[in-house]
Every structure is written in C-alpha cells, then in structure tokens.
Design a protein around this ligand. Sequence first.
Ligand code: FBP
Length: 561
Amino acid sequence: MAQKCCKCKCAVSELHKERLNFQPVLPSVLKKGIANVKPVLGKATKSVADFDKIKAIFEKTYGMPVVSFQAGKNAVVSKKAIKVGVVLSGGQAPGGHNVIFGLLEGLKNANKNNKLIGFLGGPSGILDNKIMEITDKVIANYKNTGGFDMIQSGRTKIETPEQFEQAKKTILKNKMDALVFIGGDDSNTNAALLAEYLKKENTGVCVIGVPKTIDGDLKNEHIEASFGFDTATKIYAELVGNIERDVNSARKYWHFIRLMGRSASHITLEVGFKVQPNVVLIGEEVLAKKMTLGQIVDDLAKLVVKRSEMGKNYGVVLVPEGLIEFIPEMKALIAELNDLLAENEAQVAKLNSVDEKIAFISKKLPKNLASLLNSLPKNIAAQLMLDRDPHGNVQVSLIETEKLLIEMVSKKLKDLKKAGKYKGKFSTINHFFGYEGRCGIPSNFDANYTYALGYNAAALVLNNLSGYLSSVKNLVAKPSDWKCGGIPLTMMMNIEKRKGKEKPVIQKALVKLNGKPFKEFAKVRKDWALKDMYMFPGAIQFFGPSSVTDITTKTLQYEQK
Ligand code: FBP
C-alpha cells in the first residue's frame, strides 16, 4: 500500500517520506541568523567583455562590488515585514524546491511575518499575475524533493517594454519588496534586465538571481557550480554505468549515448570521469581543433576497426548534446539558420512540409551552407529547422546527433569493409539521457547547496542588494564551511547575437581546454579507448557512509585541487 505523507496525507514513496525529514546543513556564517551577518563589499567589478556596451545598458547596476557575508550585527536588515516573489525559470534542475525552502526559512528567520509568494509557470506567471503563497505547510511536502512542480517553470522571456511594464505592475500590485529569479544564464539575464529596469523606475524593488542549470555552464570563480549538475550527472552516470556492465557482459553492441547539456560539454565530461567509457567527445575540443563532421566520424571508425582487431566489437561513446553546434561548419549553418528563420518567420510558418521549408531557406543560404544542409540526413536537416526557444537558441535536445554519428560511422565502415580494411561487426544502440536526470531527487550535496543558496538569497534581499546572484562557495569543503555572498549579474555579461540582434547576455562557461578537468581527461582517454576500464557508480546514495553520500563532482574536485 502506498505510504501517506504525515502532513498532507497524499501518497508518497518510502524514500520521499524519508527525504522530507532530511534537514539540510546551513553554512556556519548564515547559521548565526540573518540579523547577525553583514555584507562586506569588495572591489568594483567589470563585465566579462564589451564593457562600454554593457555599461550603457545597465546604467544603474553596472560595476557593483562582489559581496561576502561575515559575522556581525547588521543594522540595515529591516524589522518591517516584507513580501518576496519567487519564480523558477527554464529547464528543471534537482534542488529547485530546496532553494525555495531555504529562501522561506531565511525570510522567516529575519521576521516571522515575512511572506513568500510563488509565481506559477515560470516568468509568464509574472506577466499574467498567477501566484500562490508559499507557507511552511506548502513547503512541508516538497523538502529535498526533485522537480519544480510546487510552482512549475517556463521559458517565457521578459524583453519588450510592455512586458517590463507589465512585470512592474504585477510586482507593485502584489506589494512585493523583492523578486528572486531561480534560473540559468538566459533566465538570470532576464533577472539582470528586470533589476535594472525596476531601479531606473525607482520602485525600490530588489531582484536577486540564483544559479540553476544541470548544464553546469553558469559558473566562475564565485559561482563554483550551478545547482542540479551534481544530481543529474550522478543519475546519468548510474544509467551509463549499467549500460557498460551490459556491454561488458554481452560484448556485442556499440552504444552511442547523447547526454544533455545544451551548449557546454561539462555533463559529458563529468559522466566520463564517473564511468570511463571508450570515447568521450567534447564539443569545445572539436571547435578548438576546427574538426569537421567527417573527421569526427573518421576517428570513431578508426577506433571501431582497432578494437575489432583486438576482438572487441563493442564499446561505449558519449556524445554531448551540444556537439553539433561546436562543429565549425555546423555552427556556421546553425547561426545562419537562426537569423534566416527569425527574419522570415511569417513566410516559413505558411509552408506546410519540412521539404518546402528546407527548399525555401536553402535558397537564402550561402552556397556552401545550402549544400551542407542538403547533404545531411533528412531527419537531421528537419530537426535543425525546428522552432528556436524563446531565447533564440536552437533546441539541441531535439537533434539526434548520436543517430547521425551512427549512420555516418556505419557508412564509413561499409566502405572500409569493401576495401578489405575491416572485418568486424558494428551493431549499434542509441540512447539520449536528458529528461531522466533533470527532476531526480537531489543528492545530499544538491539538497544542502540549494538550501544554502536560497537562505543566502534571503540575506541578499534583506540587505537590498538588487542585481546580485546568490553565491555559495568553497564547495569541496563540508557545508558548514561554505562561504556565502553575492556577485553582480552584470559581471558575467557580454554581447551576443540572438534572433539576429545584438543582446546583453550572461556568457556561458564552456569546458576550458587548459582547465584542470579537461587536462586530467586528456591524460587518461587513450587507456579508456582500448583497455576496458569501465566504472559502475550505481545509484545515488542518500544514507550510509559519508564516502558515498557526500561526494561532490570530479569536476569540482579537479578544479579546486
Ligand atoms: P536551462 O539552461 O534552462 O537550465 O535548461 C537546460 C536544459 O536542460 C538543456 O540541457 C536542454 O538542452 C534544454 O534544457 C531542454 O529544454 P526544454 O526543457 O525546453 O526541452
């Protein structure tokens, strides 16, 4: 019989029930209470690039200092009760509910009459004024759970003057003093623009961001990891590890596994460390070496041949979801398609079949890109033509790059067979792991980290630090030793082309080829390719020895070595 949650009587699993009782650890500095921590201001900051353009757009919020919280009486934290709005934005990531849990507890710590209001369905909830109050009773059934279902999420972008005005109306109508935006790079860009707008309008409303994304690409020296990356990579590693055990048992298939991570290859690299497969493709390396699709295929085919000569007609290949956008020729094609599809939106919408759309756009493309588009398998060309997301990104989660590689490697191997250069068997299975990991039950690390990020966001709000991103660092230490503060959102910005226009956006943190994680990988990948060094990490452990319950990612461990 299904267990009932003790508080709300809804059906929950045994594990869910246990997780509701887990009390996340708060960093010592915040444990002293919000009125007993004070912000210490560092030096003025600059954007990562395009200083003048970013400064001109963010007149009121550019250049603010990095803030760290330290113990000390804080006279600024007002005793007056305040009302704070919170919104979950973009793709789900394990731990979102705990950010809200921490935020509520931080606000209540300062004044038990403080109120937290959730906007429903992501930023569109702000525009449509869809709200619900988040009380202790509401939170009780969501503590330490995965998903964003408490208030849901969405990808609506607040960008037009009318939308900014509408957002202001909703916030003022609800008498809100602050808004906390839990999101990735695009969503926090939204938060930065809204913070600037509300400051220019003299509303006194404070906007704070929280770094969320399983992709791991919202980071810098002050944001060591975005939340959800730890849990999602552990879930994918469990799945890939299980496949490796199957491979090692049956020894008859090549598995091509695409892993989520829209642009950066952090997820693929981290899962690679955890399972040590035969091939880990890293998009950033492909771009740096200016590799063509043909070269990637040739390298894979060479390895298949070599392993087959060793009697190994099997293997595991990890493909980052964003690979396609890193291959220079494909990158150029996608960039042109992004602009052309935005410029010709109305005409393209009128065309019924994909073939017609491809033919229409091909005529407008430079010759070399048109022939590239037409040389691709039909399904891939069609997937490249799909609608962009509201931020103008191509939806790489819908492009089956792993199938494209299988098709092209098979073709190459057939030619080699004909030429008498390959005698093996190439039986393949394709997988895509993405949505499986985004709503998993947060690992202990993510449960603690998100709770701290939320509590810390409350401290930023109560100090009226508008335009800041919640920063909790020193993450390889135990949670009580984590350091808290905030960094200005404008510090992470640069100018990029979106939907054919120049826009200020938070720069994505890609895998650095001169960074420690990639260098570690480069040392060992030859061995992984030929010797079978598979690892089977198993499921996330929530209870038991700390050596298995509290491990952080290899990426963090290498970065902070
Ligand atoms: P965020 O950047 O919003 O965190 O989302 C990341 C992500 O999970 C990517 O890994 C993936 O490509 C994309 O969202 C999928 O988008 P959608 O949820 O709209 O299908």
